[in-house]
Design a protein. Structure first.
Length: 197
């Protein structure tokens, strides 16, 4: 079932961030949200994840199980990369499968290290594996490729394309090349920029 965003508005301290915004997120497909900083992309994701409530409008068809990569890392820093993924998978995903995913995304030498010792780009990749291996019906990625060098980004994009196939995936990015790698341009959602006094 598609997720329908119907005439949603959201303001903070009198500043309108979303105004009567509507969109449809097709089931089992990748949707890319594009737009400049400050246009409400992250606010929309927070509404979809139930972390905020709209001032007006409604969101219909949201699944119960949602996984996410936030702009800031939400990893447990003393735990290893493997243990961070295990936190969300429990025993439903084998150790071998988790290791395979971490190797595939370029973390073969860092699987048992505490994530606090990893670089920002390595931590971001752990977050991506965790979100994609979680038992979820919607995967939300907010600027997931931020801080990755071009070669690493290319590999991570390929990983996300392969592992998210057939899943409902929502990706926020500023980068048209990233967006084009994930979904055809006619399916992108372009956020309107609200004029402010």
């Amino acid at each position: 079932m598609a997720i329908e965003i119907k005439n949603v508005s959201k303001s903070y301290a009198g500043r309108s961030v979303l105004n009567q915004f509507s969109a449809v997120l097709p089931d089992h497909e990748t949707t890319v949200i594009m737009g400049p900083s400050g246009c409400g992309k992250t606010t929309l994701l927070r509404l979809l994840m139930g972390l905020e409530r709209p001032d007006e409008g409604q969101i219909v068809g949201l699944p119960d199980k949602i996984s996410a990569v936030f702009q800031e890392e939400r990893l447990c820093s003393p735990f290893s990369a493997l243990a961070n993924v295990r936190l969300v998978t429990g025993q439903t995903v084998s150790r071998q499968t988790i290791v395979q995913h971490l190797v595939e995304i370029g973390l073969s030498g860092s699987i048992q290290q505490p994530v606090r010792t990893l670089s920002g780009g390595q931590q971001r990749r752990v977050s991506i594996v965790r979100a994609l291996l979680a038992d979820s019906d919607l995967i939300v990625l907010d600027e997931p490729f931020k801080g990755l060098d071009p070669d690493t980004k290319s590999g991570v994009l390929s990983y996300v394309q392969a592992k998210a196939k057939g899943k409902t995936l929502l990706v926020v990015t500023h980068d048209a090349a990233e967006a084009a790698a994930l979904a055809p341009a006619d399916s992108w959602i372009r956020m309107p920029v609200l004029a402010q006094d």
